[in-house]
Design a protein. Sequence first.
Length: 267
Amino acid sequence: MLILLPPSETKRDGGAGDPLALGTLSFGQLTPVRRSVLRAVAALSRNREASIRALKLGPKQAGEVDRNRAISKAPTMAALERYTGVLYDALDAPALSAGQRAFANENVAVHSALLGLVAAGDDIPAYRLSFDSRLSLAAGVPTLKKQWAPAVAQVLADRVGLILDLRSEGYAALGPTPARDHVHYIRVLARDASGNVRALNHFNKQAKGLFTRAIIEAGVDFATTDELLDWARDEGYDLSVAADGGELELVVPEVAGEPGKLMAVLR
């Protein structure tokens, strides 16, 4: 099984790991593209104004350019702890046990715009780069989509078993999943008190984080869609195959108020 997560714009600083070493990262097939993107980011970061434009940074975000300048020498930490924000706060990686961390490292990957797919436990530096960052304007290289999509798509095509895609659509475009059985994009929906179902907006990321955390805690390497659906039903999750037969729909009760209420509902 492989759970695909989106990255987050926000990241923790620092880390206790050695500087980035591409040879230590999972999905080694992506190394050539990683080198190309890292070179482009390094070239771009030498021009602060061009970086601010390409990375779409606001007046108070100029420090992100310094992060990119330091990528090759910066300390690293596990990817699942590097990223912050709603999804990763809900997943709460620092609270995982050693066994749960090992399971996540085998079965969870984050799709970084800088490094492509990285395993949950891969050590990565802090950086600033989004799926729609336009490195080509300053560095003369192909777009991130043109670089990543073929390489990541091949990695995913070679992966056997269940694949659950929780990425945003922008990151999914950087590495399309194969069209085969047991590969699903998960869409989070909300059901209101009247039974009407709609897209879950504000708490969408939190629901994905909580659901991923639940699978990690279960520690089961689901091989098929049916195995996942059986587990979800037993755990009280409203998870089903969409009418088109491809996506999975995770439906949660619509909850007004603070995010903690959704956490209580999902757990």
